[in-house]
Design a protein around this ligand. Structure first.
Ligand code: SF4
Length: 323
């Protein structure tokens, strides 16, 4: 018999604003009857990609796959100047969903190149955002985990900048390490504030509950980081992609309160579905009967106007709560 009585959803979760904007732009273009592509998957989330597909949005891997006269939505991660030029040359209708934060990173990089700095970019090699950034600074040295940092050379004038979703502690650590490698070190902190807030709220929730469930794509770096942070604060944690991945009530042990959080490309509806599933699977008899209502209460408690992000249509319950 299950023991879970309550679920909590971390406060500032759901889509980050960059992802929400890109998803909304793709929806709007398709709803306006245009042939719409997204360049790459608009989010690392199967459910969202499937719902866009149902509206007629087709992801493409390269511009050569775009139909003539079609609309191409650039996702939040951004693209290189070369790809942007290629889209213009083909006369495609480009809708720029590049997150404003990523655009700022691109501008900063361009400036660092002009100013002649040797640039170190903290980021995951081959991640689309990093690929896009390298288009602005092709000679930047990309480093990720700490065992990679020995590759950083000693130079007179160096600059450090980061992919938006890298954890702040890692950025700080690398900055400290680089102090001794350069005569002049310029640090441009481009860790996205949404990422920081989400990590704070996840840690706050993890401290209040007996067990955490992190929801997000397996390949989503910021989702994995949330799981790691839960481990650091000592909360037992599992990471899932969907509510249906939860099948074994045994994993919850004797937890009575379970927390739910998700990455920047996880819609808040997925967190609600996971919360409900936890109660159905491992709830007390009373919690099982009220699973839907308890999950909705958890969603309402999380969906505060200050921090909510959603791409739900206006007028839905959650969007109304977000206003
Ligand atoms: S995590 Fe931040 S920088 Fe990245 S898309 Fe979301 S809001 Fe933009």
């Amino acid at each position: 018999m299950g023991m879970v009585q309550d679920v909590r959803i971390a406060k500032r979760t759901g889509f980050c604003y960059g992802v929400r904007e890109a998803v909304d732009k793709a929806k709007e273009a398709a709803d306006a009857g245009r042939i719409t592509h997204t360049l790459g998957q608009v989010v690392h989330n199967e459910g969202v990609v499937a719902s866009l597909h149902a509206r007629g949005v087709q992801p493409i891997q390269g511009l050569d796959e775009a139909l003539d006269g079609s609309t191409v939505v650039i996702r939040a991660h951004g693209i290189t100047p070369t790809v942007r030029q290629a889209a213009a040359d083909r006369g495609l209708d480009v809708i720029d969903g590049t997150c404003s934060w990523v655009l700022a990173e691109q501008r900063e990089l361009r400036k660092l190149v002009e100013d002649g700095y040797t640039i170190v970019l903290l980021g995951t090699p081959n991640h689309p955002e990093v690929v896009g950034l390298l288009g602005f600074a092709p000679d930047a040295i990309v480093v990720d985990e700490e065992d990679d940092w020995d590759r950083i050379p000693r130079r007179k004038r160096m600059a450090l900048i980061t992919q938006s979703t890298q954890p702040p502690w890692k950025f700080e650590r690398l900055a400290a390490r680089m102090v001794n490698l350069a005569h002049e070190l310029k640090i441009v902190n481009t860790v996205c504030p949404v990422t920081i807030r989400r990590q704070e709220d996840t840690v706050a929730t993890a401290r209040e509950v007996d067990f955490m469930v992190v929801v997000g794509g397996r390949s989503s770096a910021n989702t994995k980081e949330l799981t790691r942070l839960c481990e650091i604060v000592g909360a037992p944690v599992i990471q899932v992609e969907h509510a249906r991945d939860l099948a074994d009530p045994g994993v919850f042990g004797d937890a009575t309160v379970v927390g739910v959080t998700g990455g920047t490309s996880t819609p808040i509806e997925d967190l609600q579905a996971v919360a409900e599933r936890i109660l159905e699977l491992a709830g007390t008899p009373e919690a099982r009967t009220r699973a839907g209502a308890i999950a909705l209460e958890a969603l309402d408690a999380a969906a505060t106007p200050a921090g909510r992000t959603s791409s739900l249509p206006r007028g839905s319950g959650v969007a109304a709560a977000a206003r």
